[in-house]
Design a protein around this ligand. Structure first.
Ligand code: NAP
Length: 357
């Protein structure tokens, strides 16, 4: 491990590219000395983003057998990939499904002795302790946890609803059950593939939880010893904008709309809105967010909130897709670097949290 504080990001895709940019732009505020990133494939079509990240101060790392090809394409590597792992204080893996877990087995285990921690993203179930900022910080054990799995963007959203609408944090006994329909965007605006011509419904692959969203939220709360009755379904919509979630949460104690809204407003990670389309919320993010991103965990749509029979809360909200995962990734990296100060250090990202949209 280098004497400096080095955060190394692996992957420059939908989540890796903005994360590298955010780390390098905020590095003084969050007290990181160096940001390095691994790019696997030398492509002229990716050259502009690689050069832009280098120009902003991040250092390119490539595999030894690809170095000459990157140079030929006029992308200048600073470190070889294994050297980058050797130097890293924290590694954030942003590769697609399954790669993070295999990287853990093939590489990260060998660098445990000199790296404070390894972080992987949504698809890497089983990589390490699940984490969403503001939900289960208490579960992280300094000196013990070295592998952290940032839950998916929609799982962040479910978790914050369970916490606030379900009142799990204030009254553990109050929550009865939660049902969720995740209405997912087909692809991201940064992606060309996976376009769908019409809404496409998803199967219930998990017998107990339906889809991975409820399963992951269940395991997230289990890290703080809370056992919940959850079920989710998913449907993909032919849009590139934000995911939306329909929720139905039953609680034991009588509740009214005013109380629900008050609890939501009290959580800094929640934004509320009178807007009813993903289009308008996405557009707000483009004008006021961090490079177009909202870092809130959820945007709850107030006109849709409804209390049925005094103990069932129904409504819709929108998921700031990569914003919540980016924030939890930075938070987890800062926790590895300095578990006593990480909450203060990430306050520099506060301008990108909104109370209202
Ligand atoms: N998309 C989102 O909005 C979003 C939100 C939250 C969480 N996540 C999670 O973030 C993770 C990454 O998703 P993504 O959408 O960002 O993926 P992506 O856009 O497909 O990007 C994947 C990146 O990983 C690199 N890569 C692939 N295989 C690799 C390997 N074997 N070794 C090194 N690098 C490799 C690719 O490099 P090359 O192109 O150079 O080959 C590419 O830069 C997933 O766990 C996903 O669940 C995604």
């Amino acid at each position: 491990m280098s004497d400096s504080t080095v955060v190394h990001v692996i992957g420059t895709g939908t989540i890796g590219e903005p994360l590298i940019g955010l780390l390098v732009n905020m590095k003084d505020e969050i007290r990181i000395d160096e940001v390095t990133f691994h790019k696997r494939t030398p492509l002229t079509s990716d050259r502009s983003k690689v050069r832009s990240l280098i120009r902003r101060g991040a250092k390119l790392c490539v595999d030894s057998d690809k170095e000459s090809e990157f140079r030929k394409l006029e992308m200048e590597p600073t470190y070889e990939s294994l050297e980058a792992l050797e130097r890293a204080t924290v590694v954030i893996d942003c590769t697609p499904s399954g790669v993070g877990r295999s990287n853990k087995k093939n590489f990260y285990q060998a660098y445990r002795h000199n790296t404070k921690g390894f972080i992987a993203q949504g698809s890497e179930f089983g990589f390490g302790k699940m984490y969403a900022r503001g939900i289960n910080d208490a579960a992280l054990v300094p000196g013990e946890d070295q592998f952290i799995h940032i839950v998916s963007c929609n799982t962040h959203n479910l978790a914050v609803l369970i916490k606030n609408v379900g009142g799990v944090e204030t009254d553990g006994d109050n929550f009865v059950e939660g049902r969720f329909l995740c209405i997912r965007r087909a692809n991201d605006i940064s992606q060309d593939g996976s376009f769908i011509p019409s809404p496409q419904v998803g199967k219930h692959d998990d017998e107990k939880f339906g889809t991975h969203h409820a399963r992951d939220a269940y395991h997230l709360f289990k890290t703080i010893d809370i056992d919940l009755n959850l079920f989710s379904s998913a449907i993909k919509a032919n849009t590139q904008y934000m995911h939306a979630i329909w929720f139905d949460i039953k609680v034991k104690h009588p509740v009214d709309l005013e109380k629900v809204i008050q609890r939501l407003r009290e959580d800094e990670s929640v934004a509320v809105t009178e807007k009813t389309s993903a289009n308008l919320i996405f557009s707000f993010g483009r004008d006021h967010g961090y490079y177009g991103r909202l870092l809130n965990q959820t945007v709850v749509c107030l006109p849709t909130l409804h209390v049925r029979n005094g103990n069932e809360i129904v409504g819709f909200c929108f998921t700031p897709q990569d914003g919540n995962s980016l924030l939890s990734s930075v938070s987890a990296a800062e926790w590895f670097i300095n578990p006593n100060e990480y909450k203060t250090r990430i306050q520099s990202l506060k301008p990108y949290f909104f109370d209202e949209i």
